[in-house]
Unconditional design. Structure first.
Length: 557
């Protein structure tokens, strides 16, 4: 047990010389008794722009109640968030991945600047989840993360809807496959209230990752956003962080190579988002843990896909919670020897012990037994080849097509590709190439859900492939290769592609190639000139100068 429960905050609260600090804090309501207790930061990612983080003010209040009940003083602060679902397909989507770094930076700055003794981070959407974990790893003070939970599914007739259905309805409406009335009904019913997107898209994938890493209390993240139990989980998280402080249990003891391997297995087993590759590479870097892109393919290859979740499957996150939750997935993987059971979690239990607490619902169909998986291997595949020497990421969960050969249709920005889909210019067998959308080239590595969903909505999901140096939403499905590296803006081979070049996806061989001679490729690249930067000032320009390759997590160096 740590004897000094104010190991950091005493620097600004104790002694006659700190009277000015105390005076400032008393001005906003803190008392001498408050300042005599340990100070726990509550990093909130609340915004009123979109449902994912909208309810986090309420959760923060419960967290603070728990902190006070445990004998410490909470100090809440906020950081930024960009909603992927709102900005998708627009220029603003370039801000999303950049926000991950800003979130981590801002939490680090506020926590260091105010000498917090411990930290609770509340997150709710795609980039706030990895952003808060990155901050906890950097700071390495006692702390934990709590995810706000998933939105309830919308209902249209007997269908459960998610935001994925709205994006795909755009393509269906544009191609005349559905009428305007049906289109509007999907829009109006898909998102019924607060919470993050309902499938095993990026937000819920990273929620799963946070529990498997051990940085979130197992069983807490999967509670739906509007469930009454979420308030209790928030209160308990507040109490728990003070216990972490007493024990001086830090993220460096929890975020280990083994726990990251567990997290990768959880993504593979649940058909999770390809964005987990970027985010886990970034978290590993912050924690000083060696990890490379090939580790994802190795772990996924030995991990069966057992969770039948959207976008490739039938069920949503709330169904998983009712079935037994993330703990049920952990139990299955533990029993099969596919995760390390001795890794520590913030509750003080090992992941093996935490997984034993599961209550599986009778007759549930969301999580398969290991003897009857949806697929014998996981959803993540890393391809390399003459188009992706550093690698690219493909999610194979939810479709069976393992090879595709077709002519390139090359676009230098997402909007042009989307327009071509809308106009019916993309045909079966085509390979849509969207380049100059990478970490530097975008900058910000936009997700391509607008294009991929439009292709599915137009009935081309099973006959067209797509590759990009940008990213994909967790809601994307179909034969899509993202994170192609090196990116076009860095002179990667994708920059040399021309309309009509024959491109081959070979999932079994782990290859992504263009059928042109090496001499021709080299000649084209010698003629290539880097494009002018799209931004010359501000945060976008700064990010473009500092960001690393997608194969390294697109972190700012």
């Amino acid at each position: 047990m740590a004897e000094n429960l104010k190991p950091r905050s005493h620097v600004i609260t104790d002694g006659p010389d700190r009277a000015p600090t105390r005076a400032m804090l008393k001005a906003v309501g803190f008392t001498d008794d408050d300042l005599a207790r340990p100070i726990v930061g509550v990093a909130n990612t609340w915004i009123e722009i979109g449902p994912c983080n909208f309810h986090l003010r309420q959760l923060a209040a419960k967290v603070k109640e728990g902190i006070r009940a445990a004998g410490a003083t909470p100090m809440e602060f906020n950081t930024v968030s960009i909603s992927d679902g709102i900005s998708m397909g627009a220029e603003g989507m370039k801000c999303s991945l950049i926000s991950r770094e800003v979130i981590a930076d801002s939490i680090e700055l506020v926590a260091r600047g105010n000498h917090f003794d411990a930290l609770v981070c509340l997150s709710g959407c795609d980039k706030t989840n990895p952003g808060v974990v990155m901050a906890l790893a950097r700071l390495n003070i006692p702390g934990l993360a709590l995810y706000g939970g998933s939105i309830a599914p919308g209902h249209l007739g007997d269908r459960d809807l998610t935001i994925q259905d709205v994006f795909e309805a755009v393509g269906a409406y544009s191609s005349g496959r559905i009428k305007e009335e049906q289109f509007k009904s999907v829009e109006n019913t898909a998102c019924p209230g607060a919470g993050a997107c309902g499938g095993q898209f990026t937000a819920n994938t990273m929620s799963t990752v946070m529990e498997f890493l051990g940085i979130s209390p197992m069983g807490s993240n999967g509670i739906p956003a509007t469930a009454a139990e979420k308030d209790e989980a928030a209160f308990n998280a507040g109490k728990l962080v003070v216990e972490l402080l007493r024990r001086d249990l830090r993220p460096s003891q929890i975020l280990t190579r083994k726990s990251i391997e567990n997290a990768i297995a959880s993504v593979a087993a649940t058909g999770g988002s390809t964005n987990a590759v970027l985010h886990l590479l970034a978290i590993a870097r912050e924690a000083g843990i060696e990890l490379n892109i090939d580790d994802f393919d190795r772990i996924s290859a030995r991990t069966p896909l057992i969770a039948d979740l959207k976008p490739g499957g039938r069920f949503v996150a709330n169904d998983l919670y009712k079935a037994g939750g993330i703990q049920l997935v952990a139990q299955r993987l533990m029993e099969a020897g596919l995760i390390h059971g001795d890794t520590l979690t913030v509750t003080g239990k090992t992941i093996k012990e935490a997984a034993q607490d599961v209550k599986e619902s009778f007759g549930q169909e969301v999580v398969r037994p290991m003897v009857n998986p949806l697929k014998p291997t996981g959803g993540l595949v890393i391809l390399k080849g003459n188009l992706a020497p550093e690698g690219c990421v493909v999610k194979v969960a939810g479709h069976e097509r393992l090879i595709h050969k077709g002519p390139a249709r090359v676009f230098d920005r997402e909007e042009d590709a989307f327009a071509a889909v809308q106009k019916g210019q993309i045909k079966a067998e085509d390979v849509v190439v969207i380049r100059y959308e990478g970490p530097k080239g975008g900058p910000g590595m936009r997700e391509m859900l607008g294009v991929t969903a439009a292709l599915v909505g137009a009935g081309l999901g099973d006959s067209v492939a797509l590759l990009t140096d940008g990213r994909f939403s967790g809601a994307t499905h179909g034969l899509m290769a993202g994170h192609v590296a090196p990116e076009a803006a860095q002179g990667g081979p994708i920059a040399a592609l021309r309309d009509g070049d024959t491109i081959v996806f070979d999932i079994a061989a782990r290859r992504l190639d263009v059928h042109i001679a090496e001499e021709e490729m080299n000649a084209r690249l010698r003629q290539w000139k880097p494009p002018a930067p799209r931004y010359t000032s501000g945060v976008m320009a700064k990010y473009a100068k500092l960001v690393s390759s997608a194969s390294e997590g697109a972190v700012t160096l």
